[in-house]
Design a protein around this ligand. Structure first.
Ligand code: NAD
Ligand code: ZN
Ligand code: ZN
Length: 361
């Protein structure tokens, strides 16, 4: 029987989020109902609330989550009730042209639950990134559940469901950072600091953190930044060149998604280096670059969907690295909050007071 639970909804563009009663159907074929234990507040949730992703209001927000599978529909074999899982928003189809070419991490046909979660009056909700996890229970496709070791607290494990995975993956998967590389990360929120942690894991020796907030730069050092640059005060391109022998960094990661910042990343990159865009631009933004420089500087300009991760490969591996003390996932959790505090958490994010507020249920 359908269940009624509490969840956080963005009803219209820019309006403060509200707590609503959400109707969760029983899982149909290939679906699972998950009892959400923790869900981080990611900047993408704020993008949704501001109408920056699409206009399909009302949204059931939250998508960076871990919890326990409560029930599964017919045909589900990858998880069973009681499993501790991290939710992912790119469930791999296995049959699209990318999957068939052996690149499931780039799957072009990722999928979500078929049934809809609704308000009590029947209004269909759009779940953020096909998850919707600022809610006591959520309905997902079973492929969106990745089983991991239950000995990691949900507030920590859940972060791998979005921002931390996106950041680490931007460095190690998309940017292909290697031993001895120099890396510059623009924007040191949850995603950027994760990119810094990823660069450290991969063996980068120079890691430059760039932000406009000194507090964020201080935190970035705790994840492995060897140099910091406040780009509101100092030209980041010159700074990055100055700490890389005048050359620029091998890999520059834009973890904001702003054309000005992207251009800085483009210019702060060494010849034949890589720019990775992991921040999400607004739909109205455009980018202008000197075309001859795009050619002349060589290398590659890449975008990182979800850190080009493969959840089944990367989530358990990163959980293990965390358990071995090699990845300080817990340091991303600035505070744990209740469902009612999501709106305030957005403001704290905007004021730069937190890396991650994590809703614990
Ligand atoms: N590609 C993906 O799969 C993926 C996944 C998760 C999040 N994201 C995106 O990544 C971005 C970052 O998310 P977050 O949760 O870390 O956000 P956040 O708000 O926590 O962090 C953003 C950081 O950028 C800094 N900043 C803002 N403007 C700046 C500027 N002009 N120059 C330098 N620094 C600046 C802020 O001070 C802050 O520290 C967002 O766009 C989010 O939507 C992408
Ligand atoms: Zn596919
Ligand atoms: Zn996110």
């Amino acid at each position: 029987m359908a269940q009624q639970v509490r969840g956080v909804v963005a009803r219209s563009k820019g309006a403060p989020v509200t707590i609503e009663t959400i109707v969760i159907p029983d899982p149909g074929p290939g679906e699972a109902v998950v009892q959400v234990q923790a869900c981080g507040v990611c900047h993408t949730d704020l993008h949704y609330r501001e109408g920056g992703i699409n206009d399909e209001f009302p949204f059931l927000l939250g998508h960076e989550a871990a919890g326990v599978v409560e029930s599964v529909g017919t045909g589900v074999t990858n998880v069973q009730p009681g499993d501790f899982v991290i939710l992912n928003w790119r469930a791999v189809c296995g049959t699209c042209r990318s999957c068939l070419k052996g690149k499931p991490h780039l799957c072009f046909s990722t999928f979500n639950a078929t049934q809809k979660m609704t308000l009590t009056d029947g209004t269909v909700l759009s779940p953020a990134l096909g998850i919707g996890a600022f809610v006591e229970k959520t309905l997902v496709a079973a492929g969106q559940c990745t089983k991991v070791d239950p000995n990691v607290p949900a507030a920590t494990a859940g972060l791998l469901g979005c921002g931390v995975m996106a950041g680490i993956g931007a460095a190690i998967n998309t940017g292909n950072v290697g031993r001895g590389d120099s890396v510059a990360v623009f924007g040191c929120g949850g995603v950027g600091d994760a990119a810094i942690a990823g660069a450290l894991l991969a063996g980068a020796t120079t890691i430059v953190a760039v932000d406009i907030d000194d507090r964020k730069l201080e935190w970035a050092k705790g994840f492995g930044a060897t140099h910091t640059c406040n780009s509101a005060k100092v030209d980041p391109v010159e700074f990055i060149r100055s700490v890389t022998g005048g050359n620029g960094a091998d890999v520059c990661i834009d973890a904001i998604g702003h054309p000005t910042v992207y251009k800085q990343a483009f210019e702060a990159r060494d010849l034949a280096g890589t720019v990775v865009l992991v921040g999400v631009p607004r739909p109205d933004m455009t980018l202008e670059l000197p075309f001859i420089e795009v050619f002349g500087r060589g290398g590659s300009l890449k975008s990182s969907w979800y850190g080009d991760c493969l959840p089944s490969r990367d989530f358990p591996m990163l959980v293990q690295l965390h358990q071995q003390g090699r990845l300080p996932l817990d340091k991303f959790v600035s505070e744990t909050i209740s469902l009612d505090a999501v709106e305030e958490a957005f403001h704290k994010m905007e004021r730069g007071e937190v890396l991650r507020s994590v809703v614990v249920l």
